[in-house]
Design a binder for this molecule. Structure first.
Ligand code: BGC
Length: 244
């Protein structure tokens, strides 16, 4: 069985067909830059373009950077405010002509890691954090998701943690890996005090460079990079297309 997974991010929109039994991508992913302003219609057009590029006709799962309840975006931090109250399932389904299911990007990325990657078989509490334009969070307990956690918006140094410890913050402030690791450690330490997790999984584009900063962290909890690295979002979105 296969489904098309689409990951919508602050800088790019990526998609590929995925084998749902193994989590493998069945073709090279297609990536298109997120349209400026990240408004609903232009994003839906890009989603439709990705669908056409694979001549896809079937189920589609979409990971979106906002809390999503029954297909509706509840808040917008790194995309247009026009998303708030928009039913993403309806918008993407009508733009593509295929049944689309939308979930929070970090929640679905976590789904891929729990099924096939760094969290496979892990009991207890797993906290997955995606470090990109923002910080996405997913919490799994004994393999079950608590959806729509928004721990990128935890307060740190008087502002949202994602403005201090995301990959975008690292690039914007031109932080050295040492400085960034210290910043991230402070954030993870807060998370650790609140959740006492058994495992942290670090995903997002930055996870490709995990060797540069994960060894510099000093935490009680084991920290591992996402096995699917930046593709967890695509694989997880495809898996999410099948959920009830
Ligand atoms: C959003 C989250 C999202 C995260 C990563 C945050 O700004 O509020 O919903 O998961 O960015 O994209």
């Amino acid at each position: 069985m296969q489904a098309l997974g689409i990951d919508i991010g602050g800088s790019g929109i990526k998609g590929a067909p995925v084998n749902l039994q193994t989590g493998e991508l069945l073709a090279d992913r297609v990536r298109i830059k997120t349209p400026k302003g990240a408004k609903p219609e232009p994003i839906a057009e890009v989603v439709a373009e990705i669908v056409r590029s694979f001549k896809w006709n079937g189920r589609i799962g979409v990971g979106f950077p906002a809390p999503i309840k029954n297909g509706v975006a509840m808040m917008a931090a790194n995309v247009s405010q026009k998303w708030v109250g928009t039913n993403a399932n309806e918008l993407f389904s009508s733009a593509t002509g295929c049944p689309c299911k939308t979930g929070n990007d970090a929640d679905v990325a976590g789904m891929a890691e729990m099924a096939f990657g760094a969290g496979k078989g892990q009991q207890g509490t797993v906290v997955m954090l995606t470090l990109g334009t923002g910080i996405g969070s997913a919490i799994y307990y004994n393999g079950h998701l608590v959806p729509n956690t928004e721990f990128g918006h935890l307060q740190m140094d008087g502002m949202d943690a994602e403005h201090r410890a995301s990959d975008a913050a690292r690039q914007r402030e031109e932080m050295s890996w040492k400085k960034y690791a210290k910043r991230l450690n402070k954030y993870l330490n807060e998370m650790e005090k609140l959740f006492w997790p058994d495992l942290f999984i670090i995903g997002g584009g930055i996870s490709k460079q995990h060797e540069k900063f994960l060894p510099l962290l000093a935490l009680q909890t084991r920290v591992v990079p996402a096995q699917f690295q930046n593709e967890a979002g695509i694989v997880g979105a495809a898996l999410f297309s099948q959920s009830d």
